[in-house]
Design a binder for this molecule. Structure first.
Ligand SMILES: Cc1ncc(COP(=O)(O)O)c(C=O)c1O
Length: 488
């Protein structure tokens, strides 16, 4: 047997996780894309030849995916995850702060699911096929939840489609709207995996819209304006491409910024006028920072409440406006895989009836989530507690950054802080950024995501997931990082 890309790290990682005495639970995101295992057909082949032979059996598309890592930080993540910090057993251990997990709320949600499993018995319907858009009653419960928290009476079971997580929602959505080579415009910096989620199946290509260089331009508000979109439109026309989709994330990954209702309305009207689809990804909608905390108020001179795009969709009633949401982050269940598309476009809803079939959410998950969302008082207290805990972990990082005078964008929501370590770069290049990232990891065992994949023009920016470990462990990580920077 020949192990290819990442397989050795994967093996070590699995062994260490199973043998781990640590209580934290770690998942491997998108791991299926980075495993490459094959059986050589001929004994005389070297492992390189065997790998080349196996590649040659795939389609061009398959070869491209088999040869690329899903994420730049995957290998180091696996290394870090195999040596996790533990307060008694592994004091020198690692803190992988690069994967967007909401670990600060995972225990709370696990306890509630355990109660559900004790108090309810599994009905028959999860064992059978159901509508490709999701089980009707689950969609009804989801619609009730979204009407309340996304503040739009226009959300109904009939205009929701459930898929296996936001990644699946993005994939089926892009397949429904784009021809190969069409462009999705995404304000930079943006979530690296968008390229794959939106591009692998549909053939859509990513166009990163630069709106600023220095992060000091950012308040907690996003910067995209109709003038930026005019500029992108002209540049895309000039190269003969089609501006098919504008994708914005609110609260944003990685900056944590949000869009006001006025901003969303102006962007929506621009898209309707130019016949461009607008998709607003609100996967972090309920992970909001409490900006009223006195310690934080200086960062938010004009605090604006988070507003979902759903209200503007209801108002405009356009075939071009859409929203996605998922439970992976706010509800700390990234492994359960539940995403939702909300659209008023009837043709899209019909098309998804076919396209969504391979990406349907598991009925078992739908049933569990339906039971969870029926517990309205639990949901209300969970949402409040989530925001409290997220603000606490955010503050742990902010205090350290302030002491060191390191710039960051004040986050309005999400699980991230976007920080500027450019003062520590040896040169303003991708290589220097990668070197600094590695050096920090090698010296401190703290892993971030470097800015490269986020496609922002400035070098030296990094994303920290402040909820990736418990807040107590995060404090230890930040003390270690502060000592490291103080020594430089
Ligand atoms: C902005 C954004 N969209 C989508 C996803 C993928 O979410 P899911 O795990 O629900 O597929 C993530 C995960 O990090 C994300 O940050």
């Amino acid at each position: 047997m020949v192990w290819g890309i990442n397989s050795e790290l994967l093996r070590r990682f699995e062994a260490s996780v199973y043998a781990s005495r640590c209580t934290s639970s770690i998942r491997i995101p998108y791991i299926q894309l980075s495993i490459f295992v094959t059986l050589p057909t001929f004994d005389h082949m070297t492992s390189v030849e065997a790998k080349d032979h196996a590649l040659s059996t795939l389609s061009k598309r398959g070869q491209e995916q088999a040869s690329n890592l899903a994420r730049i930080d995957m290998e180091l993540f696996m290394e870090a995850a195999g040596n996790l910090f533990h307060p008694t057993d592994n004091l020198e251990g690692a803190f992988p702060l690069n994967v967007a997990e909401n670990s600060v709320m995972a225990g709370r949600i696990q306890a509630e699911f355990n109660k559900i499993l004790k108090e309810s018995s599994l009905p028959m319907w999860p064992l059978k096929y159901t509508s490709p858009a999701g089980f009707p009653e689950t969609r009804e419960v989801m619609a009730q939840f979204m009407r309340k928290y996304f503040e739009s009476e226009a959300i109904t079971a009939d205009n929701l489609v459930l898929s296996a997580g936001a990644a699946a929602s993005l994939e089926v959505f892009s397949f429904a709207i784009a021809n190969p080579g069409d462009l999705v415009v995404i304000p930079a910096p943006a979530y690296p995996m968008y390229s794959k989620d939106l591009g692998i199946k549909s053939g859509m290509e990513r166009w990163d819209l630069q709106t600023h260089n220095d992060i000091s331009k950012y308040s907690s508000l996003a910067l995209v304006t109709p003038a930026d979109l005019d500029r992108a439109w002209a540049e895309i026309q000039a190269v003969g491409k089609v501006f098919k989709l504008l994708l914005i994330t609110s609260p944003d990954n990685p900056t944590g910024s949000t869009y006001t209702s006025a901003q969303l309305a102006a962007i929506a009207d621009w898209c309707i006028e130019h016949e461009v689809h607008l998709l607003v990804n609100e996967i972090y909608a309920l992970s909001q920072i409490d900006t009223s905390r006195p310690e934080l108020s200086a960062d938010y001179p004009n605090p604006t409440p988070f507003r979902s795009f759903a209200g503007i969709m209801a108002d405009r009633q356009s075939d071009y406006l859409h929203l996605i949401y998922a439970l992976s982050k706010d509800f700390a269940i990234s492994g359960m895989r539940l995403g939702v598309i909300h659209t008023l476009n009837e043709a899209m809803l019909s098309g998804l009836g076919n396209i969504n079939i391979p990406q349907m959410a598991s009925n078992l998950v739908q049933w569990l989530v339906q039971e969870l969302f029926k517990r309205e008082s639990f949901i209300a207290s969970y949402v409040e507690e989530n925001q409290k805990q997220i603000t606490e972990s955010y503050l742990v990082v902010v205090r350290m950054l302030r002491r060191l005078g390191i710039p960051y964008t004040p986050s309005r929501g999400s699980l991230f802080i976007w920080v500027d370590f450019s003062a520590y770069l040896s040169a303003p290049t991708d290589q220097a950024e990668e070197d600094l990232w590695m050096q920090i990891f090698r010296d401190t065992q703290i892993l971030f995501t470097p800015g490269t994949g986020f496609q922002h023009q400035k070098k030296g920016l990094f994303r920290i997931v402040h909820t990736a470990v418990s807040t107590e462990d995060l404090q230890i990580a930040m003390d270690r990082l502060e000592a490291y920077f103080n020594k430089r």
